[in-house]
Design a protein around this ligand. Structure first.
Ligand code: ASP
Length: 313
């Protein structure tokens, strides 16, 4: 039996200064800790890595502080479009959905595609499939919060795509999780509302397996956050795995090299990478990345600024 490990991110970027101090900071820390505990309870009860990453991501989707599920950013037409993907490192199966408007938890919708002949479904058909699968559906308005409406009114008509990672935005990004269960299986999942003021129909890295999400029991599990067009251009998550598998690079060097490539193509962001032996890295080249991890029966550890490790009792 292996020690269970779960790690998450809640987006890379830069929070407003006031948000990195109490009391708002505690809301982010609690949100991350709640997601870690949800995944931990599954792993601790003998559940699989796929169950754990989906549970952790679903908790972040339900938390309006993060740009996934409720509280997601708005497209230029004032509407929300959600995307998610999940991958099982044991058998390589994948599931993804994009352009969702009605399924409450996009990551659970993505999971319904695992084992299906099509790995990725888009738009109304994806919502309809989630509904047929018996998932909880909601009105599109459920996802839209006052804070996101205000952000959109500032941007609308400017043509600017407000990155979830820029100074002007109160950054709460895409969410993701990687896990190793007691059997040693790895899994990864990622979920997002995309970029604020993005064109309707835009698809970033998050629902693209190999770009935003990757898991292979022999190599690593990866989930990304950042300027998704750059991450997709590089097939980032798979690139990290290839650097480890094909060139023999160690995990931190592989993640750092891939993030350097992101900068080279004009992007920025971060990722979480978990190796089969439990080695975990959460690098980012933005000023901050919301992140955390939990091992075995331990307490959640979270961080926002570089180097932070805050244990949440
Ligand atoms: N990667 C996401 C996207 O480009 C955004 C984010 O990570 O916040 O859609």
């Amino acid at each position: 039996m292996k020690d269970c490990i779960l790690a998450i991110h809640g987006g890379a970027g830069r929070l407003k200064d006031s948000q990195t101090r109490a009391p708002v900071r505690q809301d982010y820390e609690r949100g991350l800790a709640d997601a870690l505990r949800a995944g931990q309870s599954i792993l601790f009860a003998g559940g699989g890595a796929v169950d754990a990453v989906c549970a952790a991501v679903a908790v972040l989707e339900d938390n309006e502080l993060f740009n996934a599920g409720r509280g997601a950013v708005l497209c230029s037409n004032g509407e929300v479009e959600l995307s998610a993907s999940v991958m099982d490192g044991n058998d390589g199966s994948v599931g993804a959905m994009a352009g969702l408007r009605r399924v409450r938890n996009p990551v659970i919708g993505a999971r319904t595609m695992m084992g299906h002949m099509h790995g990725l479904l888009f738009g109304a058909e994806a919502d309809a499939r989630a509904e047929r699968a018996g998932l909880e559906m909601t009105a599109p308005d459920y996802f839209i919060t006052d804070r996101r409406r205000a952000q959109w009114s500032e941007l609308r008509g400017t043509g600017a795509i407000a990155l979830d990672h820029s100074d002007r935005d109160n950054v709460q990004g895409t969410v993701g999780a990687v896990a190793r269960d007691a059997q040693g299986n790895l899994a990864a999942a990622t979920s997002t509302g995309g970029l604020a003021n993005q064109l309707p129909g835009r698809v970033g890295d998050t629902p693209i397996v190999g770009a935003g999400t990757w898991a292979d029991n022999q190599v690593c599990a990866v989930s990304t956050t950042g300027k998704g067009d750059a991450f997709a251009q590089l097939a980032f998550a798979r690139r990290v795995a290839d650097l480890i598998e094909l060139t023999g690079m160690n995990v931190p060097d592989a993640a750092a090299a891939a993030l350097d490539d992101v900068v080279r193509v004009g992007g920025e962001g971060g990722c979480i990478v978990l190796a089969p032996d439990g080695e975990l890295h959460q690098p980012f080249n933005t000023p901050q990345m919301l992140r955390g991890w939990i091992t075995g029966a331990g307490q959640p550890v979270v961080g926002i600024l570089p180097g932070e490790k805050i244990e949440i009792a």
